[in-house]
Design a protein around this ligand. Structure first.
Ligand code: AMP
Ligand code: MG
Length: 274
């Protein structure tokens, strides 16, 4: 078992610029974690640490953390958000889900809607999908010419660098599921009335493009994996592995940021409340 959250996170972090072959990465990998029961306890502990660190980040009001989730349909973006951020104060946390752009959004550059959703000082921002859709679905479906999407990797890197330089730390997480696991989850969504709203017939069209998506993801991971805004590749067929891994990534990032509660500008020793 990797001893600490930071060791687990380190193991999942992709080396900047290195090529990944997704068909060689096992989505069923249990990362040498102990049994599920122990992993759930470790998750609980990470969730508590994340909550305490977020309180300090909020009080410090100097920096922000942006957590980007990308995955194919049924990849577990919603479930991970629920499991990992269940302890945090909603006041300091903002989740944004990016859908197909509106007419107004399309009238602007692709980063316009993204920049508006970036967390402010003291906040944790969670992106359920992101600007990466603009080099994923947009590339696979040919929604803009190659000449346009191929320049976006560099534009994304510059944008993210600017955010990091101005106090917004970024972690980007790809939840990696297998094609068989996706089939099972989509079947479950159709079979369970309470889950049907999550299914869209368009999911099947995208499923048929699996190979193209893998290629597009491999390029995004390689070309936009940078020192300042690294990608993490999380095996996500098993929810308990995925949740523990993501909680470790977020916790260790916050620990590295080490937010500090500000010192009061007054002297507590001379204040008397009558
Ligand atoms: P869901 O996450 O299941 O609610 O689905 C959101 C849908 O919006 C997905 O099919 C995405 O591929 C799509 N989407 C998100 N961003 C973009 C974008 N920039 N261009 C086109 N489609 C997008
Ligand atoms: Mg969906």
């Amino acid at each position: 078992m990797p001893d600490s959250p930071s060791e687990l996170a380190e193991r999942l972090r992709l080396k900047p610029g290195k090529r990944v072959r997704l068909d060689e990465v096992d989505p069923d990998d249990t990362l040498d974690l102990p049994r599920k029961e122990q992993a759930l306890r470790a998750l609980e502990k990470n969730v508590q640490h994340i909550a305490a660190l977020q309180e300090r980040l909020f009080a410090e009001h100097r920096r922000a953390l942006l957590v980007v989730f990308q995955a194919l349909d049924a990849g577990g973006k919603d479930g991970t958000t629920r499991a990992v951020f269940s302890g945090v104060n909603p006041q300091g946390c903002r989740v944004t889900s990016f859908k197909a752009p509106t007419a107004e959004e399309l009238a602007h550059d692709f980063l316009w809607r993204i920049h508006r959703a970036v967390p402010g000082r003291g906040e944790i921002g969670i992106f359920n999908r992101s600007h990466y859709e603009d080099v994923l679905v947009v590339r696979v479906d040919g929604l803009v010419p190659k000449k346009v999407w191929s320049r976006r990797y560099e534009q994304i890197n510059r944008f993210e660098r600017q955010l990091v330089d101005t106090g917004t730390e970024i972690v980007k997480i790809f939840l990696h599921i297998s094609r068989d696991e996706q089939a099972e989850r989509l079947r479950d969504r159709i079979a369970t009335p309470e889950k049907r709203w999550k299914f869209s017939p368009d999911d099947l069209r995208k499923r048929a493009q699996w190979g193209d998506y893998m290629k597009a993801y491999e390029d995004a991971l390689r070309r936009c994996g940078t020192e300042q805004a690294p990608w993490y590749l999380v095996p996500a067929n098993r929810n308990w592995v995925r949740n523990l891994a993501v909680s470790a990534i977020v916790r260790s990032k916050l620990e590295e940021m080490d937010p500090q509660v500000p010192e009061p500008k007054w002297d507590p020793s001379v204040i008397v409340i009558e």
